[in-house]
Design a binder for this molecule. Sequence first.
Ligand code: KG4
Ligand code: ZN
Length: 338
Amino acid sequence: MKTPIILGIESSCDDTSAAIIHGRKILSNIVATQKVHENYGGVVPELASRAHQQNIVPVVHQAIYKANISKKQIDAIAFTKGPGLVGSLLVGTSFAKSLSMSLDVPLIEVNHMQGHIFAHFIEDANRSPITFPFLCLTVSGGHTQIVQVNNYFDMIILGETLDDAAGEAFDKIGKLLGLNYPAGPLLDKISQEGNENKYSFPLPKLNGIKFSFSGIKTSVLYFLQKEIKKNSNFINENLNDLCASVQKTIIKALIKKLKEAIHLTGIKNIAIAGGVSANSKLRTEVLKLKESDHCKIFIPKLEYTTDNAAMIAIVGSIKFENQKFTDLSASANARYKI
Ligand code: KG4
Ligand code: ZN
């Protein structure tokens, strides 16, 4: 079989992205990040759909141009079916279906969360390939999961968050501290100059592989309210230390449950994925599992952590190898499960 060229399209939240993959090698990966949400503290679904509508044609064009291929060379189109915001998903889904009809090539539906995990299968000369079985801590703005990956199409969710996702916790606490959306990357940056042991916030007490971040958010809120009563400039004067202390708490909660999952399953191949896997503290802490728990650690390239179409294209490519196609009746599914 000839190595396929696949166009991947991602539009599940607030990034419009298109990528071209040849086999497992990425030829282009274009991401248009929507700036309209910055001042709202979160993604405004209506604005996101409209921006996808505006961005999708130029983004796909640019991906094809940058890959230095012609439309006629595309062998299949992979698109994000879900989970995500339905209005956003509909833009990518409809566009992918129309283009597959006009180019007369097959369509491949992709689960966004599987995409985050499959980013580890993108060809990369600087990284050793990941091997099955592995555990993946998938941490994004919408999800926090530990997934046991036995094979490409055999994944078990060992545990999830009961309330907010880790990225959501960064964004919501960041908002309390006056940071724009998405606050995660800003909070990470501001933390570099802070003392992470200055303030302590309680970790959730949960049995089993479960996460919860709403308690941390509430305790930060009450703490800030109390301190601001005494000093109205409290946040500004202590921003670095506050960010570093919050970041430490969230990452500690993640690593604690990841360790439990390692002990429970005995699996020592450990990956992280999703937007929060860009976090510098998480990267440092997960690498420590090499020594403490004799694990092999797989950390994605930064450009494949936050939402991107390269991760959709790689799933497309692996599904193509396995002849897993979708017919034109496919529709977006906001709660699509892996
Ligand atoms: O995977 P992603 O792009 O979108 C979803 O599928 O949700 O993840 C976005 C999330 C946001 O909550 C953002 O604040 C967070 O990832 N994020 C970070 C960092 N970079 C992105 N959180 C903490 N530290 C970072 N460096
Ligand atoms: Zn995502």
